[in-house]
Structures are given as structure tokens and as C-alpha cells.
Ligand binder design. Structure first.
Ligand code: NHR
Ligand code: GAR
Length: 224
């Protein structure tokens, strides 16, 4: 029976760990901030907390352990097929820790988002908090960006800053950055699901207007 409603927008989330960003997305879907359904959560690591969070929210889970594959290509091919079974409109990397091949990325061009714990384009790759502290930076942060084959090099969408205090260790900074991630990732996902956020030719657009090279700075007093 037709209800006359549009089909629900479908999101697949990839994780490798705690899944606190996944939780913020689950919560945002439940309270209708994001008008979409998370149809699957896939982890490359078994027994991580993010899988429990998904199960608690009645979301189907899948573990695809990269160690079971003889190459990155084979892992990615399997992951690709698993994701396509859920025919997602958007694929979200939330603390997903495996670099993806360009073959994989090209299959989801324009509908693959990541959150990276630095103020991109600064500190691409791993160990971002320690590197920001070692450099004597006064601020750190996090960036939502579209994923392209170039690691952490796809166009930024939304960025949030936090102050670094002189006594901060990497874990202090990571915790402060995470609280901001939990605000900006649902906000960016909402833009995407509302059809406002797009990507073309290596650039990101909000409402058809090109987004600058650092992404839009998240304003805590004006939560878009
Ligand atoms: N893949 C592509 N092609 N492009 C991006 O921008 C990607 C990506 C895959 C993951 C997340 C990223 C981050 O936000 C991400 C962005 C893993 C590594 C890494 O070195 C680096 C960056 C990111 C994720 N991973 C190691 C590897 O050999 C494994 C590390 C581990 O298992 O702990 O894949 O920072
Ligand atoms: C987040 O801070 C995310 O930015 C970072 O890992 C954390 C995951 O936390 N991602 C990466 O470093 C990707 N290489 P979570 O599992 O609680 O969402």
C-alpha cells in the first residue's frame, strides 16, 4: 500500500571502534534531525563497542575483518558488495581506520563522507592530536569532508575548532574534539539528506554555493 511518502533515505555507516560518532548519528536519526534510516553498520574489527551500539538501536551489523583478505583490493571488493546490498544513498565513515582503494571510492563518488580529527588541510593521516601538540598549535579541531582517493584530501564540508591548553595530552584533546564531532557530523549528514550538500569535480557545495578550502566553520551559537 502506498503511503504517498518519499522512500526513506538510506545510510550505511562504517566503523572500526567505539562508535561514539555512530551514536550521535543514531540519536540524530531517532530525533528526526536527520531524516534518514541507518540501514547497516559495518566494522572491519570484530567485537568493538560500535557494534553493540548498533545492535542496541536494532540496526543490522556486519563484521568484515580485513585480516581475512589477502589484499586491500580483495577486502575493498567484499566491502563494496556488502554495502551495495543495502543500496545506500549515503555512506559514512565514522572512525573507520582502513584506507580505501580508488576503485572503492569511485563507486561512491559524491556520497561518501568522513570525519577527520584535525583542521584539514593540516595533519592528514594518523596521530593528529599528538602532532598538533608537538607543533605548539593553539587550536585543534575536526573536519567533515567528502572522501576522494587522496587520503583526507577530499573537499572539506564543515569544521569545528577547539582550544589546545598547555597541559593537554593527546587524550585530553581527543575527548574535546570528539564532543565537537558529535555536533558537526549529524549537522553535515542532515545537509546531505536534505539535498543541500553536494560534491562535484573535487568541490563541495551547500545550497549550490561552493564551500571554501577549510569547510564551513561550525558556529556553536548558530547551529545551522
Ligand atoms: N580512504 C580514502 N581513499 N580517502 C580517504 O580520505 C579516507 C580513506 C579511508 C579512511 C579516514 C582517515 C582519517 O580520518 C579515511 C579517509 C585510516 C588511515 C590509516 O593509515 C588513515 C586515515 C584515515 C583512516 N590506516 C591504516 C591502513 O593501513 C591502518 C591503521 C589502523 O588500522 O590502525 O589502512 O584519519
Ligand atoms: C574520531 O575522533 C574520528 O575523528 C577519528 O577516530 C575517532 C573515532 O571515534 N577518526 C580517525 O582517526 C580516522 N582515521 P568513535 O569511534 O567514537 O566515533
Amino acid at each position: 500500500m502506498s503511503t504517498g511518502q518519499k522512500p526513506t533515505f538510506r545510510i550505511v555507516v562504517l566503523i572500526s571502534g567505539s562508535g561514539s560518532n555512530l551514536q550521535s548519528l543514531i540519536d540524530a536519526c531517532h530525533n528526526n534531525q536527520i531524516k534518514a534510516q541507518i540501514t547497516a553498520v559495518i566494522s572491519n574489527k570484530p567485537s568493538v563497542k560500535g557494534l553493540d551500539r548498533a545492535t542496541a538501536a536494532n540496526i543490522p551489523t556486519l563484521v568484515i575483518d580485513h585480516r581475512d583478505f589477502s589484499s586491500r583490493q580483495k577486502f575493498d571488493q567484499h566491502l563494496l558488495e556488502a554495502i551495495q546490498n543495502f543500496s545506500p544513498d549515503l555512506v559514512i565513515l565514522a572512525g573507520f581506520m582502513r584506507i580505501l582503494t580508488s576503485d572503492f571510492v569511485s563507486q561512491f563518488e559524491g556520497k561518501l563522507l568522513n570525519i577527520h580529527p584535525s583542521l584539514l588541510p593540516a595533519y592528514q593521516g594518523l596521530d593528529t592530536h599528538q602532532r598538533a601538540i608537538d607543533a605548539g598549535d593553539s587550536k585543534a579541531g575536526t573536519t567533515v569532508h567528502f572522501v576522494t582517493p587522496e587520503l583526507d584530501g577530499g573537499p572539506p564540508v564543515l569544521q569545528a575548532e577547539v582550544a589546545i591548553s598547555p597541559t593537554d595530552g593527546p587524550q585530553d584533546l581527543a575527548a574535546r574534539v570528539l564532543t565537537m564531532e558529535h555536533k558537526i557530523y549529524p549537522a553535515a549528514a542532515q545537509w546531505f539528506c536534505d539535498g543541500r550538500l553536494t560534491s562535484q569535480n573535487g568541490k563541495a557545495f551547500l545550497d549550490g554555493v561552493v564551500i571554501g578550502k577549510n569547510g564551513i566553520l561550525f558556529d556553536i551559537n548558530n547551529e545551522h
